[in-house]
Design a protein around this ligand. Structure first.
Ligand code: EPS
Length: 392
């Protein structure tokens, strides 16, 4: 994080009073549309396969610092997202010491396979695994969407648009349809599983129902597309300035994500070079552009000016109604995990999270390249660069 033009931190527990995020480095005079911000928050809550918790929460991102009269001031932006569920957890999550039995304290001593429970318990020397699971919960992605939604508003002022779609849920693969970005945004928004392919949509819903009935969960593949980013964001000169590498780190940091692909990704391993690399063309109207976009908008860790295409793979949610074997940390005896409230599938929501973490990384690279303490300064720098690109 050191040295980045733009950075953020989040804090807060899933059943605590709120999630908190601080964004540092946003220039002044970025217009903030609160309705749009909360539209993004609501998008993350939707999706077929979500559990009972989402009936409790109605997420809004409240800005409590760094914005005045609808515009950023250049000061750190502080955002809070309330947990409505907190009212049921005031005793259990109290910051003061509490009296009570293990049951009353809801002490967790049975680590769930696939969660941070056991490793976190060992590492932080906690005998109550709640102190791990409260923070490792994917509830934290609400804060990341709030932060990414601010980044999206910066990008949108420069004509950069971000969309997402679901490509796979468990055994069901959706056909990948190329659509203009606005149409992609509209079509996926109207789908309960965020797909364009209607045949796949029905099969995915049935697949989620089947998993739910069996007390199981299911993962999938989600894709994010960023259109309108100029050539030259990121850099080939140093490993940690390669923007595709930074995006991969951000993607795998999303709860339950296990991998990332850029462009045709792993598919490139099967094809010969002449079928993979994107030929370079030049016309008066478009300037430099590519005959294809297998590279997903990146060469040498820098944007090519073609759309950025990023995919992430999400494992099935590990909180299962169908228990897996584990060991009690008190007794070291085997047990099969107790039933917990859970989502059978959160892949549609994860596609919204993916959009926001990718948007954030692009916004960081954008401000690293163009700098500026105010939007006016950033815009001058951006436009002067575009004029240079046109001359090249
Ligand atoms: C989550 C478990 C569930 C999900 C939660 C992520 O919450 P709870 O433990 O309260 O039942 O609903 O997701 C969210 C709250 C959210 O906003 O996405 C987990 O263990 O990761």
């Amino acid at each position: 994080m050191e040295g980045k033009a733009l950075r953020y931190l989040t804090a807060g527990e899933t059943h605590g009073p709120q999630l908190t995020a601080i964004i540092e480095g946003m220039p002044s005079n970025v217009s903030i549309n609160f309705e749009e911000l909360n539209h993004q928050m609501r998008r993350r809550q939707k999706g077929y396969g979500r559990g009972r918790r989402m009936q409790i929460e109605q997420d809004t991102a409240n800005i409590v610092g760094g914005v005045r009269h609808g515009k950023t001031t250049g000061a750190p932006i502080a955002l809070i997202v309330e947990n409505k569920d907190w009212t049921h957890w005031t005793k259990i999550m109290n910051i003061e010491p509490i009296e009570g039995t293990d049951e009353e304290r809801r002490r967790v001593h049975r680590p769930r396979p696939g969660h941070a429970d056991l490793n976190g318990g060992i590492k932080y020397n906690q005998t109550d695994l709640r102190n791990i699971l409260e923070r490792s919960s994917a509830r934290e992605t609400a804060a990341r969407v709030a932060v990414g939604a601010v980044a999206k508003q910066l990008l949108s002022a420069f004509g950069i648009k971000v969309a997402g779609q679901v490509l796979r849920i468990g055994e069901v693969e959706a056909k990948r349809v190329e659509l203009p970005i606005d149409e992609l945004i509209e079509t996926t928004e109207a789908s309960p599983v965020r797909v364009v392919d209607k045949d796949a949509e029905a099969k995915m819903i049935a697949h989620i129902d089947e998993m739910k009935q069996e007390g199981d969960s299911i993962g999938g593949i989600v894709e994010c597309i960023v259109e309108g980013a100029p050539v030259g964001l990121g850099s080939h000169v140093q490993w940690d300035r390669k923007l595709d590498g930074r995006i991969a780190q951000a993607v795998v940091s999303i709860n339950a994500f296990k991998g990332c692909e850029i462009g045709i990704g792993f598919e490139a391993s099967k094809l010969r070079g002449s079928k993979v690399h994107d030929e370079i063309l030049h016309t008066e109207e478009k300037g430099y552009h590519r005959a294809s976009n297998n590279a997903g908008g990146f060469e040498g860790g820098m944007t090519t000016g073609e759309p950025i295409v990023v995919r992430g793979v999400m494992k099935p949610i590990p909180t299962l109604y169908k228990p897996l074997r584990s060991v009690d940390i008190d007794t070291k005896e085997p047990f099969t995990a107790q039933v917990e409230r859970s989502d059978a599938c959160a892949v549609p929501a994860a596609s919204v999270v993916l959009e926001h973490v990718v948007a954030w990384e692009v916004a960081c690279a954008f401000l690293e390249k163009f700098g500026g303490d105010s939007m006016e300064e950033t815009r001058r720098n951006y436009e002067s660069y575009l004029a240079q690109v046109e001359q090249y």
